[in-house]
Each structure stands twice: as C-alpha cells, then as structure tokens.
Ligand binder design. Structure first.
Ligand code: ATP
Ligand code: MG
Length: 182
C-alpha cells in the first residue's frame, strides 16, 4: 500500500526514451519492474502495438500485481502500407485512456509506449497533449517511448534519453524473438 507521504515526497517526472536503437520499451518495462517492487500502481498504454501475445502482457495478466497493459494500437500498419485513418482512431482511443489515467490519478507510473510516433505523425494535437501531461498529479511519473520524439515534447520533458543503434540482429536477418522482442 502506498502511503500519502511517499507520494508527497515524490517529484513526478516526465521521461522520454527515444532514438533509433533497440531498448526504449525495454527500458520503460524495467522501470515498471522497479516501481512494482515498491508496490506502486503501474499502467502501460501501447499506442502502436496490438494485443498480440508478449511476455510482458502474460506477466501483467498472471502476476496478480497492480500492473495493467492496454494495447490499443493497430500494429505497425505504416510498415505494411497501412491505413492512416485506422492509426489515427487507435491513437485517439489510446490517448483517451491515457487522459483518464492522468486526470483521475489512477497510477503512480504511467508508460505511454510508442507515443512519440503517434505525436510525430501528428495523429493528436501536440499542444493539448503537453498541457494534459503537465496537469498530471505532482507524484505521477510518465514515461513516453518511441522514435522521433517531437522537439516541443522534448522541451517539456524532465529526462530525455536517446538510444542509438550500433548493431541490431535484424540487419543480419535474425527475426524478432520471444523473450527479447516480445
Ligand atoms: P524494444 O521493445 O525491444 O525495447 P524499442 O522499443 O526500442 O524495442 P521500437 O522502435 O519500439 O524499439 O521497435 C519495435 C521493434 O522493432 C522491436 O521488436 C525491436 O527489436 C525492433 N527494433 C528496434 N530497433 C531496431 C533497429 N534499429 N533495427 C531493426 N529493428 C529494430
Ligand atoms: Mg518500443
């Protein structure tokens, strides 16, 4: 159980993990693990990923911990020559869910996974998004992941890290695999 004193002492951060290398979502999930260890409430809202089975979704569903993962994306549709309207609708739905978590102060740590991509593609109004993020409770940490974080969002964040690709097995023909990518 989190006591109010813990929340009052906390300096809620707006964190952004961006860049072309692998490890953005992994980094956010690592922070979820750390937060869960302190009995914090944690939610991950996935803007691009659909509900395909992943290790983290299995863990969240089976652990009994206050850890929720909502995957509201349509998959990486633009990589498949996909449908922008569907992507915009998914981004709006996922953001609607995020606004609920933020305004109702439902969790101590909120991860908006691949949100940078939705903002870079202008699926949502950036000014309003930043204003809502800044209106969150003082004790709430938010982590945003994804490539191409927009400069205005970077300016509004407290902590920004860029993961740079040096090598990735995809480039030698090794496909995404269980336990590492999903
Ligand atoms: P992860 O979820 O593994 O931490 P990520 O969040 O940093 O990766 P995304 O941009 O979300 O990376 O990419 C999603 C998928 O694409 C992941 O399966 C990841 O392994 C793969 N990927 C990430 N970076 C690269 C890269 N530089 N080249 C090829 N595939 C990549
Ligand atoms: Mg990712």
């Amino acid at each position: 159980m989190i006591n109010q004193e813990d929340r009052e002492k906390r300096h809620g951060l707006l964190i952004n993990i961006t860049g072309s290398g692998k490890g953005k979502t992994t980094s956010a999930l690592g922070t979820c693990l750390r937060a869960l260890g302190w009995n914090w409430k944690v939610a991950v809202i996935q803007f691009i990923k659909d509900g395909s089975e992943t290790g983290e979704r299995r863990f969240a569903a089976e652990s009994g911990l206050p850890f929720e993962i909502c995957s509201l994306g349509a998959g990486f549709t633009w990589r498949k020559g996909g449908n922008a309207n569907e992507d915009i609708q998914c981004a709006e739905n996922a953001w609607h869910k995020a606004v609920e978590y933020i305004t109702e102060g439902k969790v101590d740590l909120l991860v908006l996974d691949e949100f940078n991509i939705a903002l870079d593609k202008k699926y949502l109004p950036l000014d309003q998004v930043i204003a809502t993020l800044q209106s969150r409770p003082s004790w709430m940490h938010v982590i945003i992941t994804g490539r191409n974080a927009p400069p205005e969002l970077i300016a509004a964040c407290d902590l920004v890290s860029e993961i740079r690709e040096i090598k990735h097995p995809f480039n030698t023909g090794i496909a995404a695999q269980k336990g590492i990518e999903f």
